[in-house]
Ligand binder design. Structure first.
Ligand SMILES: [Mn+2]
Length: 313
């Protein structure tokens, strides 16, 4: 896992900046806060930032959540990028800085000086854990952050990449003191009213295609305005499309100010070629891309056509 090279790079820098992808999910936040905790504990000068002003509020129970800034203050710091498949998704100008890339997206383009990219692992937190445990003491706070990331990215241990290794990792985190009860209740019992209102509206748009093997849903700008929901409030909504018995692929189109964010989920087929065709990336069963704003029906047709071209349903 290149931990000695990583330690050497770390020792060569006085300061470290931990970043994660735009519109961060619990893996991005949990992985970066976990690394923040263990580096802080080791006496390292470290800062943590994310470009998005809108962070998932239900993660505010995580140790040091309030330390997440939206700008980089250190000059010449070593960058640790978490759960981020490509440099542009960090959103910051990190030109000329050394980067340690900690990720599990198989579309990751290895933009770091050191690339710890393990697509077979179900969460970036697992990659971080394996990389850092060699040289750093894993504290309780880091364990709680990593456990949150793991629980979320495996959808509570239900995704099809969950294996013995995942449970072993969870066990190790709990042995380290991860507060699993608090993580479980914060992740499952702290929805905002806006997110439930939004879910209701989005479910109302559900349509079936291709003999009910594909389900599509749309989140419009008006729905965001009417419900008061933010981008972080629709995380996980696309999973409802895939949850239907007959459905293999779920598609969610999210209308934002100037673009349409598309999320794809499958039960088993590999969708990453579809995401890459449209300039995006992600995992085999969970990926996405962004398109310019346009007619929703036309955009959906193009996506459905591409799905049908790339996979056999
Ligand atoms: Mn992840």
């Amino acid at each position: 896992m290149q931990s000695s090279a990583l330690k050497a790079l770390m020792d060569a820098h006085h300061t470290v900046t931990i970043l994660s992808h735009i519109n961060p999910d619990a893996d991005a936040i949990g992985t970066s806060l976990g690394i923040y905790s263990l580096l802080k504990e080791s006496g390292k000068r470290v800062e943590i930032a994310n470009i998005s002003a809108d962070l998932p509020r239900h993660l505010d129970f995580l140790p040091n959540f309030s330390k997440i800034k939206h700008k980089i203050d250190y000059r010449d710091s070593l960058i640790i990028a978490c759960d981020c498949g490509s440099l542009d998704r960090l959103g910051f100008d990190v030109e000329g800085r050394s980067i340690i890339n900690i990720d599990h997206h198989h579309t990751n383009d290895h933009y770091g000086e050191i690339n710890c990219v393990e697509p077979h692992l179900s969460a970036s937190a697992h990659v971080a854990y394996l990389v850092f445990k060699e040289d750093f003491a894993l504290c309780k706070d880091a364990a709680t952050c990593f456990y949150t990331a793991l629980l979320s990215d495996t959808r509570y241990f239900t995704t099809n990449n969950v294996d013995e290794e995942v449970f072993e990792f969870a066990r190790e985190l709990i042995m380290l003191g991860a507060d699993h009860k608090s993580v479980a209740s914060n992740l499952t019992q702290r929805r905002s009213l806006a997110s439930l209102r939004m879910l209701g509206s989005v479910l109302g748009t559900l349509r079936l295609h291709c003999d009910a093997t594909i389900a599509s849903m749309v989140a419009t700008g008006e729905m965001f305005a009417a419900s008061g929901a933010r981008m972080s409030d629709i995380e996980g909504v696309v999973d409802y499309a895939r949850s239907l018995a007959t459905v293999e692929v779920g598609v969610l189109l999210v209308e934002r100010e100037s673009e349409i964010k598309v999320s794809l989920r499958s039960k088993s087929v590999d969708l990453s070629a579809v995401a890459q065709y449209f300039g995006g990336g992600g995992h085999k069963n969970a990926c996405g891309f962004t398109l310019a704003l346009g007619d929703i029906e036309e955009i959906l047709d193009k996506i459905l056509e591409q799905i049908k071209k790339s996979i056999t349903l």
